[in-house]
Design a binder for this molecule. Sequence first.
Ligand code: IVH
Length: 666
Amino acid sequence: MTTRKQIESLREKIREHDYKYYVLSMPEISDQEYDGLMRRLKVLEDAHPQYKSADSPTVRVGGGILRGFKTVRYRQKMLSLDNAYSFDELKDWEERVHKNLKKGEMVEYVAELKMDGVSANLTYEKERLSVAATRGDGQTGEDVTSNIKTIRAVPLVLRGRGIPEFIEVRGEVFMDREEFTQLNKEREKCGEVLFANPRNSTSGSLKLLDSGIVSRRRLKFFAYSLGEYKGERILTQGGFLKKLNDWGIPTNPNSKLCRTFDEVIAYCRLWQEKRQKLPYDIDGMVIKVNDIKQQERLGFTLKSPRWALAYKFPARQATTEVLKVNYNVGRTGVITPTAELKPVECAGVIIKNVTLHNFDEIKRLRLKVGDRVLIERAGDVIPKVVKVTGHWGRKAVVIPKNCPECSGKVVKEKEEDVAYRCINPSCPAQLERGLLHFASRSAMDIEGMGESAVAQLLNLGLVKNFADIYRLTDRELSKLELFKEKKIRNLLSAVQKSKQQSLSRLIYALGIRHVGEKAAFVLARHFKAMDNLVSAKFEDLDSIYEIGSVMARSIIDYFSQGSTKKLIDGLRQRGLNFKERVFESGHTALSGKTVVFTGELKEYARSQAEELVRRLGANASSAVSKNTDFVVAGENPGSKYDQARKLGVKIIDEKKFSAIIRDGSA
Ligand code: IVH
């Protein structure tokens, strides 16, 4: 097969799997197999750029960075809907529909879920997605084509029969709750501002100028209405949804054709109860007259169609009083303020506490203790404060200077950070996570010190900081559940062995914020001994190429604490290795070797990785040849990967590479 044919056939296969997954909800292959197809296609396209195409599935990984968005003018306005807030209002609408049609005329309805996302318009010309834009003001929207193209559910090329020459498909871009929670967790780790809900994170994602980031956000799409259209006549809304599916465009599978209005109401009631079971947020139902001819006769008001209505689920809100503000210390040391409320019922649940998220939020709400507040149980079950409805309180909420759990220092690490955190490594609230990290394979590698052992050691009060691990006795360990002689012996010997770990591993194991494996390695190489690092000044750290000022500040904060000094002394007394073995140049496992990198590395920028291998006496080259000793392949490796395979050159992944760098042996 020619390369061009191979590329075409891979594209076709991938499109077919997208259709099976997103439209039919019947995936046929595993995610890994799918990724494999994508990778093969990417490799071929990279090696033969003349066959690249704007609607190849590989564009979904995004890439290009835009300076800003152009605007798009709609041929047919993107309208919004009238709302009903009760079943009575819904019935009033039904009456109006009948009044505007002939007496006794039969009307069928389609009841759809009202997706709580961001609406978008996709324009397909001659089967291909040409432009995708946000709603904007309804008349003009923002051209977000490159971002929308990263959404796997959006076909880049239509399939099936009777594809219209031109069609504007409207629908909702959204994010599953799970994905949103995950995204916020990552943002919290990086000290970034959190998104309030999946809708905000969807809208934030669509406005990103770097589509590479958007592609990692796993947005989804369901279509539900039609804009400008040139094609075979469409007779009903139900038929239209079906046609979209045939053309490869996903729609929400829960729409229902209702022959009576009682059915409509029963269906709304059903989803009002069941909506939590969905993986995404909906904020109501949309009811549409099914017959397009009837729709045309009903027409539009200035703002919205007369043939459709949004039924909004009742707001789950209540007002009450803030009695007190408490501070919670999370496992990463983040201090989260929570409001203790005068108990109040909200949609069937008694609410006594509500998270205030962070101190910026308190400032935004201008909240004081004693205020009356409006609370809401939004899409997710966790209640939140919407606003202060009565500024009754006088007592301002202060940001604690010391941790409520351990009195450790509370700091905000960067000016633009939202989170305040306790940085005492022995804070009981953080110790569990800290110990697990300390003992983990890439840190001190203490086998047998997993979740259950750590939890028990803490509960029994046997370990209060990392140094205590090195005083554990077999008598003490025998108190742990399921710890018999052999297990105790193994754990004690793993603990002993870990004392000899390299300084870089020890620095990493301490869990200093922002100091990952690579930074720990750089610090160990630079300072050579723990004491030099402990007494380093900000300028000493800041002047190291790989250590930024944020990390330098974090290291200074960490070592300036009394509890850290005690910990370091404890570790010294227990005989841990505080010195870095420094390889004489010419004697490392990498010396004289030729290394080539391909693909994206997670931990290292390409230039840093090359710098590291050079420092270990190796040569970092950009092309693979017979003389290459090994290739380090990150994610989405390029043609160098294939070249290496062809030449039989050893290929290693990033994990293995990190291990070589860390331990100095290949
Ligand atoms: S139909 C002319 N169907 O709700 C009819 N809209 O307030 C256009 N929405 O802007 C809309 N799910 O963002 C329709 N199944 C659905 C919907 C839906 C969510 C959103 C859409 C629209 C807003 C209307």
